[in-house]
Design a protein around this ligand. Structure first.
Ligand SMILES: NC(=O)c1ccc[n+]([C@@H]2O[C@H](COP(=O)([O-])OP(=O)(O)OC[C@H]3O[C@@H](n4cnc5c(N)ncnc54)[C@H](O)[C@@H]3O)[C@@H](O)[C@H]2O)c1
Length: 584
């Protein structure tokens, strides 16, 4: 947590002395990281360490924070104008002849918006990456629009953000925040961060916290009310902007950025499952996105392309799909790849998994790996989950899709047949949820689990007792898990497809018949599925939609949707159909 190996210097400006730390080769593009409230530059240490391999990285303690001195008097000493003076003084010192790439978190981002939208910094900023800190001017216009032209939706958005801003009102009260920070709040802060935000606080620097926090209250008092009341009308960004929005931010609503393209026409949006303190909890991801953005801007290219309808939501995220060697799993892995996700394609068929990973890379995944594991093997799955965490990180989206088909009446289904189908279709999902779900929950930044069940989960039949039972169990497991994980920001969806044209028909087992008859039935079912011809790509699209919308149960295909309606409103009709002799 210390900035080991950093070179330090002090920069004097407007009556204060700023503590500035530099890492990396000054000949490389300069990235300036600005911290938020109540932090000091050390909040960036994990991100800065990674960026320093490629860039000249500069961090400074904002006036009144860390080892920078505070203005006297405090009142009026923290205006955005003065903070802009500080930024320019730092840039003059560290990169006098070349524009810098600016990155801000929380109040660091609020002030960096000011830097990026005022005239006097034009030509000094090459790009700006913003996280969890809006422009006060844009925020002011956002409020005005909702107050002057209220619709139920807009009023809801206002109330939503209003409720998240409770601390801003408190910080405007005199003396109270200072007392709180010097007293119990200051002492408890690392614990609060650890509990609520899951920030690893082992070595959180607490010595300067009460003073930093007390000084930082003036950031709010000096700026928030005047700017929200009278926002600037020319607050247009003069540099490309990358907006990173954590989906579980307790202090800022995602809706605040709805109209941001009006102010920042060269905008790239990214989201990630995370809470507010992303520099501490998601340094890998931030460093990767900042590197991409800076490299593209330096190369004179437009910001890295955001492709497809869900690219903003999934770009850069780690997605693991089981049963990805074929059919629905492969199509799902590819759809995430097209949205720019990093994909782990898992299958017991090594060749299929490797091929899917290859296709994912061609489809646009920044990284993709093919991995071989049998999802029904508990020990193998445990080792595999540990390997994924160590080598690729904690999974953001988990798709438990691997499954096998089994057809045959109850008395034709042997105990061994039952074990096989339950081992893969149910235990495979249980292992996936237990192992990867646990990592997600422990990380504490949210995520999503998708389980592939089937319309057979709610459609009784004489032909598929074991398969349908396994899928009904997956449906209920998903519903239970959804309830349990909701409070942790982890969504759970279960996908219930009808007949989808995949290889499942050629590998499914038919019990109670001789091998010739089994082969004949396989061919016949393959023909029927072929005639129905519902492509796995449509199921994949439904999977991505389910994650974006956090849908609970998602029937896919007309027969699955119709069956779901009947199961709820006319179950007797389904029972009558179930008694009929199966076609195969
Ligand atoms: N195709 C359909 O009509 C349909 C309908 C409803 C539900 N589903 C479900 O969708 C999922 C995907 O099926 P599909 O149609 O794409 O079939 P598929 O046979 O094309 O793909 C399934 C993949 O899972 C892999 N797999 C099987 N057992 C595994 C194990 N133990 N460990 C790791 N990988 C394993 C296979 O090697 C294969 O690559 C399954 O759970 C299936 O039950 C399919």
């Amino acid at each position: 947590m210390t900035l080991q190996g950093a070179r330090e210097r002090r920069v004097r400006t407007g009556g204060v002395e700023l503590c500035v730390a530099e890492w990396g080769d000054p000949a490389q593009p300069t990235v300036v990281l600005v911290h938020g409230y109540p932090d000091s530059k050390e909040v960036w240490s994990e991100v800065a360490g990674r960026l320093a391999e490629r860039f000249h990285v500069v961090l400074y303690d904002v006036r009144g924070h860390g080892r920078s001195t505070a203005p006297r008097p405090l009142r009026g000493g923290f205006t955005l104008e003065k903070l802009t003076d500080d930024f320019l003084a730092v840039v003059d010192a560290v990169s006098p002849n070349r524009p810098v790439h600016l990155v801000g978190h929380d109040w660091g981002s609020v002030q960096a918006w000011e830097f990026t939208t005022v005239k006097r910094t034009e030509g000094r900023i090459a790009s700006f990456t913003s996280m969890s800190g809006p422009s006060l001017d844009h925020f002011g216009h956002w409020i005005k629009k909702r107050v002057s032209r209220p619709t139920p939706r807009r009023v809801g958005q206002l109330l939503g953000q209003g409720a998240k801003s409770w601390y801003v009102y408190l910080l405007h009260t005199p003396v109270l925040p200072e007392l709180a920070w010097r007293g119990p709040l200051g002492k408890q802060w690392p614990k609060i961060l650890r509990r609520l935000e899951k920030v690893p606080t082992g070595d959180y620097p607490t010595s300067s916290l009460p003073t930093d926090a007390a000084h930082g209250a003036w950031l709010y008092r000096d700026n928030v009310r005047p700017r929200l009341r009278k926002p600037r009308t020319d607050a247009y960004a003069h540099a490309p902007v990358q907006l990173i929005t954590p989906l579980g931010d307790a202090f800022l609503s995602e809706r605040l950025y709805d109209e941001l393209e009006l102010w920042a026409p060269r905008l790239v949006r990214r989201t990630l499952p995370a809470k507010h303190w992303v520099p501490r909890t998601r340094p890998d991801q931030l460093a990767a996105w900042i590197t991409d953005f800076v490299t593209a801007t330096e190369g004179g290219r437009p910001a890295p392309a955001v492709r497809g309808p869900h690219a903003e939501r999934f770009g850069g995220q780690l997605v693991l799909v089981t049963g990805a060697g074929s059919g629905i799993g492969r199509a799902t892995a590819l759809a995430f790849a097209e949205a720019g996700a990093r994909v782990v394609a898992v299958d017991r068929n090594a060749h299929g998994a490797a091929r899917t990973a290859e296709l994912c890379r061609s489809a646009g995944a920044p990284e993709a790996w093919g991995e071989t594991v049998d999802v029904s093997d508990e020990q193998a799955m445990e080792q595999f989950a540990a390997k994924v965490a160590a080598e690729y990180g904690v999974v953001d989206v988990l798709v438990n899709n691997a499954g096998i088909g089994l057809s045959g009446s109850f008395f034709d289904t042997t105990a061994e047949d039952w074990r096989k189908v339950l081992d893969v279709n149910l235990w495979g999902v249980i292992h996936g949820c237990r192992l990867f779900g646990k990592q997600m929950a422990e990380r504490g930044q949210g995520g999503h689990i998708v389980n592939t069940a089937s319309a057979a989960a709610y459609l009784p039949s004489r032909a598929l007792p074991a398969y349908s039972t396994s899928k009904a169990a997956v449906l209920m497991l998903s519903e239970c898990l959804r309830a349990e994980l909701a409070g942790q920001g982890i969504g759970v969806s279960v996908i219930c497809p009808g007949f989808v044209n995949t290889a499942i028909t050629s590998t499914a087992r038919f019990t109670g018949v001789d091998p010739d008859e089994e082969e004949r039935r396989r061919k016949k079912s393959a023909r029927l599925y072929g005639l129905r011809n519902y492509p796995p790509e449509k199921v994949a699209a439904a999977v991505l939609r389910a994650v974006v919308r956090n849908q609970a149960v998602v029937p896919v295909t007309a027969e699955a949707r119709g069956g779901r309606l009947l199961s709820r409103f006319a179950p007797g009709a389904l029972r009558a159909i179930a008694r009929m002799k199966p076609p195969l």
